[in-house]
Design a protein around this ligand. Structure first.
Ligand code: MP5
Length: 266
């Protein structure tokens, strides 16, 4: 059994909790309160901003054939931030000034600590699990959302063909890393896969429950602690992942020998 199939079997109940999360069902059905969606917007904006240094920290440990794909991810994340800015402006949500909630903060620290202190295959496991979780989550939203929904561009971003091709590419590369890893490292990869899925569930839960920091009503953050990223809010967002789907053919050197390769990867 492939590494990913093994993990998916082991962690099937966690995948189910992601796919069945009420945040996703309510977003799909159009019953999500505006303020709940705004919480997710503000917190995920911080998360995506932090994903850029996470990817950058993976690059020095990456095999050279992963360099162009990873730098492509950085570029895609910048475009994604613009999508957040544009959607927030469209619905009148201010993305700035929100300090990270506990769960968002913890997930970001987990990403960065993994990239900086663990092996490349371990960091790559977290990357794959997080991207795959968003793809799966937004596929759920896609099934029945009103096409006029203001959140449709997020569906197109994470449930679209290009992102699917990117996740499929990541999965293929993760399999190679797992095959080359020893049993102790594979066990650590498994644990990081599990932790990433738990963080994904916690992140949806944070948005729905509006939990800031456990045990306090006021986190006492002084002044705006929001994102450092400062794109041109007026600029129309480009699709974030199109060049990634194009890029994967260049970095998958054995694509022609593998009949199971997703067509997006060619
Ligand atoms: C992603 C995300 C997907 N935006 N937020 C969470 C909590 N998990 C995964 O990552 P990306 O980098 O936006 O594609």
């Amino acid at each position: 059994m492939s590494f990913i199939a093994e993990q998916d079997h082991r962690f099937a109940p966690l995948w189910e909790q992601i796919r069945e999360h009420r945040f996703l069902a309510r977003t799909r059905d159009g019953t999500i309160p505006d303020e709940t969606f705004a919480i997710w917007l503000r917190q995920d904006y911080l998360f995506v901003e932090a994903a850029i240094p996470f990817i950058a920290a993976l690059i020095p440990r990456a095999p050279t054939e992963h360099w162009s794909a990873l730098s492509g991810v950085v570029a895609a994340l910048e475009k994604e931030l613009k999508l957040f800015e544009e959607r927030a402006a469209h619905v009148g949500v201010d993305l700035r000034g929100a300090p990270p909630a506990f769960t968002c903060h913890a997930y970001i620290q987990f990403l960065l600590a993994t990239a900086h202190t663990r092996s490349y295959p371990e960091g790559y496991t977290v990357l794959y699990a997080a991207e795959r979780a968003y793809h799966e989550s937004w596929l759920v939203v896609r099934e029945g959302i009103d096409p006029e929904s203001p959140w449709m561009p997020f569906v197109e971003n994470w449930a679209g063909e290009e992102f699917a091709g990117y996740v499929s590419y990541l999965g293929g590369e993760l399999e190679k890393l797992a095959q080359a890893a020893g049993s102790a490292e594979r066990a650590r990869m498994t644990d990081l896969y599990r932790l990433t899925l738990l963080y994904e569930i916690a992140f949806w839960e944070m948005a729905v429950t509006a939990e800031g920091w456990p045990g306090v009503a006021d986190d006492m953050a002084s002044g705006p602690m929001g994102p450092a990223w400062n794109p041109d809010v007026e600029a129309a967002p480009e699709r974030a992942w199109s060049h990634m789907a194009e890029n994967v053919g260049e970095v998958t050197d054995d694509a022609d020998e593998n009949p199971d390769t997703h067509p997006q990867e060619r």
